[in-house]
Design a binder for this molecule. Structure first.
Ligand code: ADP
Ligand code: GLC
Length: 485
């Protein structure tokens, strides 16, 4: 079974969030399970800079405004999955991020930049670009890959199956309707039953309408997006697809996230040595962040994009409950200016008790997982969430809102779950400061019972969210789509 995986990010080269972690790990897990998988990625500078054994398969142009485009076949360092890279300097060779410039403004030519990604996938699937390899199935991730299914559907000779995975329905790739002309697709695609969305062109809707199957990154999120509350205006489209929408939970890349082998943390530890290992990591983190060096103060950590999705405003409002219980808070993240300012103000008001770093720093994220007692995810919505999974592996208990993948992965420390030895963290229901405050109080009270805390920590560390299980579920789905392969 030949499967092409396409997306915009890939760990460790291009990353704005969990999508990169998934693109780095899932294809490798599929390959390990015997699938003939290849990647297709935009040739962003960070990717081209390290590509090895690059060989040009085809040259194109002018196309999507670019004079010269090459399709390369290459290897990425440390990644056994072969990669097709789109070398289009006019569209991809620039500073800033994958979707935005340095000031956080969306690139004005994102339509061309990501239409090219979908276009290339469809032409690979049509067997035109690599005479040695034609995918049986094209598996795209998020709106950036949304047009692959549309270009494939527009071509009568393409037999490959198509699948799209939704990592976040809130990011939709909306463009002015007039730009539809630039795509070279039949007019009939730009209508409400196609990729038109309230007078605009929607990459994500194209993905949802034209892919044969849809997955979301957790079973609960797959159900939530069929409702108005979580559907971001696309719940009707999701409902129409009925049972063709399913959820597959993400995994953890254990090569990257394991406290036993992690060279980025102060002291390595396993479940048995967690109390002393984590104590050393916590002291190091407190020292680094200018927090009071108190072993007994429960340290709450958060590593996150700072957006409304992540509930940082709820946390700021519930801060008194955290501090009243003797807790310390460290937040690492960047994003919306107002949330960054709110966090800086909290740190200034509570020196030694609240600290903030508005940076993107992969190594620091590891030190937080190792040093924190609790990792916070008070998300308004969370398709899967990876940091709660990392937290559990590192013996930090997750405190989460019961939504999406958080509901699927964290078992609340209720009296019953404690008795049944199943509890792995703390959950709250309503996205409100009082509900979060109450959860913080429950968590602080458990922290003051060392025996109970140790039990919860052991149970959290015993959880296994491996990519092997997820890969098996994707393979099952691929087989449903490709009974002959
Ligand atoms: P999302 O994809 O919505 O941002 P996830 O929990 O799925 O949420 O994944 C977030 C990923 O990004 C994790 O690997 C997390 O460690 C990482 N991350 C988020 N913010 C930062 C940051 N400021 N510095 C380093 N890593 C970060
Ligand atoms: C998205 C979601 C996050 C998920 C990640 C990887 O960015 O916001 O919940 O874990 O994708 O699938």
């Amino acid at each position: 079974m030949k499967v092409l995986q396409l997306g915009a990010e890939i760990f460790p080269l291009v990353k704005t969030g969990g999508l990169a972690d998934v693109m780095g790990a899932l294809p490798q897990a599929l390959q390990a399970a015997g699938c003939d998988v290849r990647l297709l990625l935009p040739g962003l500078p960070a990717v081209l800079a390290v590509a090895e054994q690059a060989q040009t398969l085809c040259s194109f142009g002018p196309l999507f405004g670019a004079a010269r485009i090459r399709l390369l076949k290459a290897r990425l360092p440390g990644n056994p999955v072969p990669a097709y890279l789109i070398d289009a300097p006019y569209l991809y060779r620039r500073g800033g991020g994958p979707y935005q410039d340095e000031q956080g403004r969306a690139w004005p030519d994102n339509l061309q930049r990501f239409a090219l990604l979908g276009w290339m996938a469809a032409h690979l699937a049509a067997g035109e670009l690599d005479e040695d390899w034609t995918p049986d199935l094209v598996h795209g991730h998020d709106w950036h890959a949304g047009l692959a299914g549309a270009y494939m559907a527009a071509h009568p000779g393409t037999r490959a199956a198509s699948l799209i995975t939704i990592h976040n329905l809130a990011f939709q790739g909306l463009c002015p309707a007039a730009d539809f002309e630039l795509l070279g697709l039949p007019r009939a695609f730009m209508q409400p039953r196609g990729m038109e969305f309230h007078g605009q062109l929607s990459f994500l809707k194209a993905g949802l309408v034209y892919a044969q199957r849809i997955t979301a990154v957790s079973p609960t999120y797959a159900r939530e997006i069929a409702t108005q509350e979580f559907g971001c205006g696309l719940d009707g489209v999701i409902r129409q697809r009925g049972s063709e929408v399913t959820g597959i939970l993400n995994g953890v890349d254990e090569q990257v996230w394991s406290p036993q082998t992690d060279t980025l943390i102060h002291s390595r530890y396993d479940s048995d040595s967690a109390p002393s290992g984590k104590a050393a990591c916590k002291l190091a983190l407190q020292r680094e962040m200018g927090l009071a060096e108190q072993a007994e103060a429960p340290l709450f950590g958060m590593v996150s994009r700072l957006s409304a999705q992540k509930g940082v405003d709820l946390l700021l409002a519930a801060l008194p409950a955290l501090l009243a219980g003797g807790g310390q808070l460290f937040v690492q993240g960047s994003g919306e200016a107002q949330l960054e300012a709110g966090l800086h103000a909290a740190a200034a008001a509570h020196p030694g008790r609240v600290a903030v770093r508005t940076v993107y720093d992969e190594a620091l994220a590891h030190r937080v997982m190792a040093g924190a007692d609790v990792v916070l995810l008070p998300s308004r919505f969370e398709p899967c969430g990876l940091t709660q999974l990392y937290a559990m592996r590192y013996g930090a208990l997750p405190l989460v809102r019961r939504v999406g993948g958080l509901a699927d992965t964290v078992v609340d420390a209720s009296a019953l779950a404690i008795q049944q030895e199943r509890a792995t963290g703390f959950r709250f229901e309503e996205a409100s400061p009082p509900a979060l405050s109450f959860a913080l109080q429950r968590c602080l009270s458990a922290y003051r019972q060392p025996g109970l805390w140790r039990q919860l920590q052991r149970q959290a560390m015993a959880q296994r969210f491996g990519w092997e299980q997820a890969a098996q579920q994707y393979l099952r789905l691929y087989r449903e789509l490709l009974p002959m392969a």
